[in-house]
Design a protein. Structure first.
Length: 406
């Protein structure tokens, strides 16, 4: 089954909103073992939308659209699909009553324009949408399937996960499983080089993805039965683990901050951080981890020398030049001031034209406790927000390795 995704809405073409639906659906189709060959975005123009749909109809068996199912005049997806398959739109009384009830429960008068959302064509069945007023369409005709879903990501994802995914899964006739292995500390090119002899395999497949928190490896397998696919994945995962070893930090939905949190709780330890270069990103990341209040004491954010001195750093140490000594002093300060078992300090040069003579992107990371005294020096390139995030993730990775070793 060849699939195609069409995102509909002029706001996408104007850059007013970012299309998050296509990446989500692309990932979901890969989990189903459905080949995605084309994606496109088209505005709220009947002629152009009809042309995109005709082209997709000619080359794909599964067409997925998002957007254009609202009640306004520029919501034209239903009309375009009806024109594509040559069928007439009619109001469905059951859908109409559902929309009336939706507004009544909220004590809001229903605009008559919402009746447009209660329409179907003969070859379409409605896909329920408890999150909004726009039901989706599941259309089957001439050996093809068209799935039309709302544009708002919350509505679309709920509809996909609760209605669409399982129906497509039944159609594929095979089990498709995947496993994401997450690494840190190696470049994508180096990971690819180390695993080059595993890459040509078509089942299971192995692919790399560069992320700010490391290089991800997706192992995917397709088989007639789930246990067969799982066995294929397990064997390939063992191959990868044997080669990459310590640079692997997690799998699937695991996050560095989540793993660090579990390790701290298991060992009865707590954490505090002091940041300069990262501007609070490490604090933000840790504070948003599950149950972080049980182990994360908080963060001190000092982006100027004056603030560092005000927080308690020695004025003679703070000279305007980033150094390992300043990072270490910040780690000690965070630990003692906030009453934590472990402190992390991050200092670095972020100015494009460094007055210290240090290369921009040079970062010093220190970890301090009664038993641990560690500092590392890293150098990053790219946009400032990318460098800041990489530095924060490197600090978490270092701490993770230390916690696993004690």
């Amino acid at each position: 089954m060849r699939a195609e995704i069409i995102s509909i809405g002029t706001e996408l073409l104007l850059g007013e909103i970012v299309d998050t639906n296509t990446p989500f659906l692309a990932n979901q189709l890969s989990l189903l073992g459905i080949d995605l060959y084309f994606t496109s975005a088209v505005g709220d123009n009947a002629q152009r939308l009809s042309g995109v749909l005709r082209q997709a109809w000619q080359r794909s068996e599964l067409l997925i659209t998002t957007g254009g199912l609202g009640p306004t005049q520029d919501d034209i997806t239903r009309d375009a699909i009806a024109g594509l398959v040559g069928e007439k739109i009619e109001v469905n009384e059951e859908l109409k009553q559902h929309i009336i009830n939706f507004f009544a429960r909220r004590g809001i008068e229903m605009p008559q324009s919402n009746i447009r959302q209660a329409t179907l064509i003969p070859s379409a069945t409605a896909i329920p949408n408890p999150q909004g007023t726009a039901p989706g369409w599941w259309v089957e005709k001439d050996g093809r399937i068209i799935i039309a879903m709302p544009g708002p990501p919350g509505e679309m994802q709920f509809m996909w996960q609760n209605e669409v995914f399982s129906r497509l899964q039944q159609r594929t006739g095979a089990t498709f499983l995947s496993r994401m292995i997450k690494t840190f500390g190696l470049t994508e090119a180096k990971v690819d080089e180390l695993l080059a002899h595993l890459m040509p395999s078509s089942n299971p497949t192995l692919a790399t993805y560069a992320k700010l928190d490391g290089i991800y490896l997706r192992i995917a397998a397709k088989a007639a039965r789930p246990e067969e696919a799982q066995e294929m994945i397990s064997r390939r995962e063992a191959d990868v683990m044997a080669i990459l070893g310590d640079v692997i930090w997690g799998v699937d939905d695991e996050t560095q901050e989540g793993i660090v949190g579990r390790l701290l709780v298991a060992k009865g330890l707590s954490l505090a951080v002091a940041e300069s270069f990262t501007g609070g990103f490490l604090t933000h990341t840790l504070a948003n981890a599950p149950e972080s209040e049980s182990y994360f004491k908080g963060g001190l954010i000092a982006t100027s020398d004056e603030v560092k001195v005000a927080l308690g750093l020695d004025p003679q140490l703070v000279t305007g030049k980033a150094s390992a000594e300043v990072a270490t002093a910040m780690a000690i300060l965070a630990r003692r001031k906030l009453g934590a078992s472990i402190g992390i300090g991050i200092e670095g040069e972020s100015r494009a034209e460094s007055v210290s003579g240090m290369v921009p992107g040079t970062v010093f990371i220190a970890i301090d406790s009664e038993q641990i005294k560690l500092h590392t020096v890293q150098s990053y390139s790219g946009r400032l927000y990318q460098m800041r995030r990489r530095a924060a993730y490197y600090a978490l990775f270092d701490l993770m390795k230390l916690l696993r070793s004690i």
